[in-house]
Write a protein that binds this ligand. Structure first.
Ligand code: IPE
Ligand code: IPE
Ligand code: MG
Length: 229
C-alpha cells in the first residue's frame, strides 16, 4: 500500500455491538466488552499502518438515554480502559484527547478522562481521540457561543479552532460498521470532505483485515475537493 495514500486521520463509528451480542443470545453489555477489546486492537493496528489520528465514537450524547443497566456496563468498561489499558497506549508514545462533554458523565469518569489527557506524553506520535458524550450539534453550538462571546467575525480556521477537535486535522476517512449509512451526530462539521466507508460488519467482528479493506478503498479514491482533474 503506497504510504502517501494512508489517511492521516480516520474516524470510526463503532456500531453493532448490541446486535453482535444478540446473535449470540448474550446481553448487550457482552457486545460492548467485545467492542472495547476490538477498539484497543484497532488503535494499535491503525498506528502500525501509519495513521496519526484515530477518532473512536464510544458514546454519543443520545446514547445517554439508554437503559441504566447498559450504561453501567459501558461506564465500567470506560473505567477499566482509562485506569489500566491506557498505560499501554502511553508506553507506545501515544496520547489521548477527549472530545465531548465530560460534565454529563459520572464524575469519577470525568476525572479519569481529564487525567488521561494530562498524563499523555507531550511528544506523542499518535493521537487517540476518544469521543464520549459527544454530539456534533452540541460541539458546533458550543463553538458558536464562544465565538459570539468573542464579539468578532471569525474565519473558518478560527472557527475550527473552537471545536472540540481544535488543532486536529479533519478526518480523511470515516468508517461506520454495523450496516447503517448515517453519521448519527458524529463530526458533522469536520466530515465536509471525508471519504465515507460503510460496512455491514458488526464492530466486534471488524478485524484488522477489515480495517485494511477500508484503507484499500480509501487508497483507490480520487479526492477532488471540488476541483477538476
Ligand atoms: C455501538 O453499538 C456502541 C454504542 C452505541 C455505545 P450499539 O450498542 O449501538 O449496537 P447496535 O447498533 O444496537 O447493534
Ligand atoms: C452511533 O451509534 C453512536 C456510537 C457508535 C457511539 P448508534 O447506534 O447510537 O446510532 P443510531 O441510533 O443507530 O443512529
Ligand atoms: Mg447502534
Amino acid at each position: 500500500m503506497a504510504e502517501n495514500n494512508i489517511p492521516l486521520h480516520v474516524g470510526i463509528i463503532m456500531d453493532g455491538n448490541g446486535r453482535w451480542a444478540k446473535k449470540r443470545l448474550m446481553p448487550r453489555s457482552f457486545g460492548h466488552k467485545s467492542g472495547m477489546n476490538r477498539m484497543i486492537g484497532l488503535a494499535e493496528h491503525a498506528r502500525a499502518r501509519g495513521i496519526k489520528f484515530l477518532t473512536v465514537y464510544a458514546l454519543s450524547t443520545e446514547n445517554l438515554s439508554r437503559p441504566e443497566e447498559e450504561l453501567d456496563g459501558l461506564f465500567g468498561l470506560f473505567r477499566k480502559y482509562f485506569e489500566t489499558n491506557i498505560k499501554k497506549l502511553y508506553a507506545d508514545n501515544a496520547r489521548v484527547k477527549v472530545i465531548g462533554d465530560p460534565s454529563g458523565l459520572p464524575s469519577d469518569i470525568a476525572g479519569l478522562l481529564k487525567k488521561a489527557e494530562e498524563n499523555s506524553p507531550a511528544d506523542a506520535e499518535f493521537t487517540l481521540l476518544f469521543a464520549i458524550n459527544y454530539g456534533s450539534r452540541a460541539e458546533i453550538l458550543n463553538a458558536v457561543n464562544r465565538a459570539v462571546e468573542g464579539g468578532k467575525k471569525l474565519t473558518e480556521e478560527e472557527f475550527s479552532s473552537l471545536l472540540y477537535t481544535g488543532g486536529i486535522p479533519c478526518p480523511d476517512m470515516i468508517i461506520r460498521t454495523g450496516g447503517e449509512c448515517r453519521l448519527s451526530n458524529f463530526l458533522m462539521y469536520q466530515a465536509a470532505y471525508s471519504e465515507l466507508y460503510f460496512t455491514d460488519v458488526l464492530f466486534p467482528d471488524f478485524t484488522d483485515a477489515e480495517f485494511d479493506k477500508a484503507l484499500e478503498s480509501y487508497a483507490s479514491r480520487e479526492r477532488r475537493f471540488g476541483k477538476i482533474k
